[in-house]
Design a protein around this ligand. Structure first.
Ligand code: ZN
Length: 87
């Protein structure tokens, strides 16, 4: 699966990965989060029963809520064209 980076900013240390239907994942510190009711839950919430979650502030900064992952980060590889590929 291939993802294109839509936001890359020196002050914002995360990436938004569009998933279609106007939604996106947040890729931050090697982990991906998906939004539900304003909170971004770890994408491995169900698979690994992970309770890590974050919020995005109005200033588009990461606000950590729970950073304790129950698993290793998924393996993403950033290609030279700035595309994330899950390997
Ligand atoms: Zn997690």
């Amino acid at each position: 699966m291939e993802f294109t980076i839509v936001r890359r900013n020196g002050n914002i240390n995360y990436q938004l990965i569009p998933t279609g239907k106007g939604k996106h994942l947040v890729l931050w510190r090697k982990y991906t989060f998906s939004e539900s009711n304003g909170i971004y839950y770890c994408s491995s919430k169900w698979k690994h029963k992970c309770s890590a979650r974050i919020k995005l502030t109005k200033g588009k900064k990461i606000l950590p809520i729970d950073l304790l992952h129950s698993h290793e980060p998924p393996n993403y590889h950033l290609t030279a064209d700035g595309v994330y590929v899950k390997v």
